[in-house]
Structures are given as structure tokens and as C-alpha cells.
Design a protein around this ligand. Sequence first.
Ligand code: BT5
Length: 214
Amino acid sequence: MGSHDSVSLPIVGEAQVVRLDSVGSTQDVARELPVGSIVIADHQTSGRGRLDRRWEAPPGAALLVSFVLAPNPVLSLAAGVAAAEACGPRVRLKWPNDLLLGERKLGGILVEATPDKAVCGIGINLTWSPPGAAQLDQPRDEVFERLRGKIEAWTAAAPGQVLRRWRVLSATLGRRVRVDVSGTITEGLAEEIGPHGELIVDGKTIVAGSVTHL
Ligand code: BT5
């Protein structure tokens, strides 16, 4: 590559780590890149959660990263396990996709899949958190490097192994929960996680929804 194009845009076709100062959402940059790529940003101007919710973080205060991965039926759970392990032994998982420190939300996972790849976004509060949430207070590069390794390992693991580990790290199983599925509320005991990552509440299968621990 000549020096004149050293400030180049990401090369589509070659997996790489793209580091950005500010971006709308790391998910949107990652979506254009091949499997194996990683996009990490200091700041997002329109970071998002599920269902068009917003993900907030001041510049430099969070780990904001998207991994471009091969499609995987238990990706959201595998990413949760990887992120919890990268954060440390006190971090637990709330179905379907939250990282908890104590009872508070420390981070979240957003998987956006297409038939040929899945973009897995992970946000973890480091030196700032919104009211009622938690922060990790660990150096970003260290958390990122651990997360990279864990994502590689857990996305290569067999689904059964991911589910077993998810159960161990779960803060949801065995709890009474309220589940909101598009406005329909169910309350009951979160009994088990099914083979595709679905939550079983009082024998009922919940595929997607928002959970409150009661
Ligand atoms: C999530 O959504 O928890 C997934 C968050 C994924 C963020 C990453 S950052 C890198 C990548 N690029 C993106 O644009 N997104 C991903 P959900 O379960 O829908 O939770 C969203 C809700 O969490 C919001 O409605 C707020 O109530 C709350 N929230 C927003 N920012 C937060 C923060 N920093 N810490 C804790 N809670 C937050």
C-alpha cells in the first residue's frame, strides 16, 4: 500500500480491527465488513439497544464494540457468556442479553443477523453509568482483549456447552420474573433455558421479550 492511501477506509474483504473515535453506531460500520472483523469506538452518537432503544455512553467511558461473526443459533447467549467472563467473576447474565453487576445493568448485547453473518454488538460501562446502572472500573484495552479471546472461544463452542455455562452464570433462572412480550405480561418462575436460548416461565416458552426480576 502506498503512503498516499495510508488513511484508508476499511478494506472490504479482509477481516480487521477498525478503531474509531466517533461513529453513529459500531453496528452499522461492522455490517459492511467480512466475518472476523471487529469495530471498536470511543463514542457513539446513536448507539442502540434492541427495539430501537438507545445505548448511552459519554466519549471514552465505555467499551463499545461490534464483532462480525458467522451465523450461530445461540450467538446471543454465547456472547453473554463471553462478556460475563471477560468482565470478571461477579458479573451475571439476565435473560436475554443483559450483563449485571449486583442487580444493576452493567452492559448489553445486541445481535443483528443476516443469512450469512451476525453482527454482535457489546456495550460495557467502564467509568460512567446512567442512574441505576453499574460500571466496571477496569481499563478498556484489558477488557477488550479478554473479550476478544472469550468471543472466539465461546462462538466456537458447541451449543450445549454454551447453554450449560449460561445456566451457571444466569441471574434469571430460579427467579420470579415478569415478562413483557409486545405488551403481553406474564409472571412466573423462570424455570429453564431451552435449546435455542428461549426462556421457560411456568412451562411457557418465551422466545423474545423484556424480563424484570421480581
Ligand atoms: C441492550 O439493549 O442492552 C444492547 C446494548 C448494545 C450496545 C452496543 S454498544 C456497541 C454496539 N453498537 C450499538 O449501537 N449497540 C451495540 P436493550 O436490552 O434494548 O437495553 C437498552 C436499554 O438500556 C435502554 O432503553 C436504557 O434503558 C438502558 N441503557 C441505555 N444505555 C445504558 C447504559 N450505558 N448502561 C445501562 N443501561 C443503559
